[in-house]
Design a protein around this ligand. Structure first.
Ligand SMILES: [Zn+2]
Length: 235
């Protein structure tokens, strides 16, 4: 007799992705995104968009190859690696201003993530494969701001997360995990193989403490990164 497979029912599915459009916030030194209406038919009978964009526009994955010449590209990861069953949200969005916070567009956010911010989560971090850092900056990204003062990790925080060998992915609601023009945090994280990052996530305030994270990149040859649809499946 064939056993019926159980279908997992999720009560809550949360979209953590930015919509791609021409006025969206992009990393300050990146080329602009340009989406134009084209038609491949001689009589203009179909709609077809042409996309001119980088692999790091919008909510996207960074592969080790983005930073390391001999690092894995995204097409070298099997697809199941992009389903992260046990993901923990770290709620770092500030309730009041302090030296590591900043404010833009009326939104208060944590600009510098330090090891002290991670301290209360160390026990739980040992049991998960993914971690998502909620800084509050996602609300600035949704307002299409372009900014150099986006949230980032300091070196001690990056080393602390990298030391959890069980962790395979860091997600963040910021343009990068590193300060503008720097690569140190990326290098610390990618020192271990099979790791990736998701940047420019949004709506992290809606997440529960733990959930399943799915982020599928486009299958592009030698991809250093790719836009992705980041989705949380919550019990
Ligand atoms: Zn990136």
């Amino acid at each position: 007799m064939i056993e019926r497979k159980k279908v997992v029912q999720y009560t809550n599915i949360i979209d953590l992705s930015l919509k791609l459009h021409n006025d969206m916030a992009v990393y300050p030194s990146d080329p602009p995104i340009n989406i134009t209406q084209r038609s491949s038919m001689p009589d203009d009978s179909v709609n077809m968009l042409e996309l001119n964009m980088s692999t790091h526009h919008g909510t996207h994955i960074d592969a080790p190859f983005h930073q390391l010449a001999d690092g894995q590209s995204l097409d070298e990861f099997p697809p199941h690696k992009f389903v992260v069953g046990r993901t923990l949200k770290l709620d770092l969005a500030p309730e009041e201003a302090d030296p590591n916070t900043n404010q833009k567009e009326g939104v208060l956010y944590r600009q510098l993530i330090t090891a002290a911010d991670l301290d209360t989560y160390t026990e739980r971090l040992a049991w998960v494969e993914g971690v998502v850092l909620h800084t509050g900056y996602g609300r600035v990204l949704l307002k299409n701001r372009v900014d150099r003062d986006y949230p980032r990790l300091d070196i001690a925080a990056a080393e602390m997360l990298a030391d959890f060998k069980n962790l395979k992915v860091i997600g963040i609601d910021s343009l990068s995990v590193d300060a503008m023009g720097e690569h140190k945090v990326h290098h610390i994280w990618f020192a271990e193989p099979d790791r990736w990052l998701v940047e420019s996530m949004v709506c992290l305030d809606q997440l529960p403490l733990s959930f399943t994270l799915c982020c599928f990149p486009l299958l592009i040859e030698n991809a250093d990164g790719s836009p992705c649809r980041a989705i949380a499946f919550c019990d």
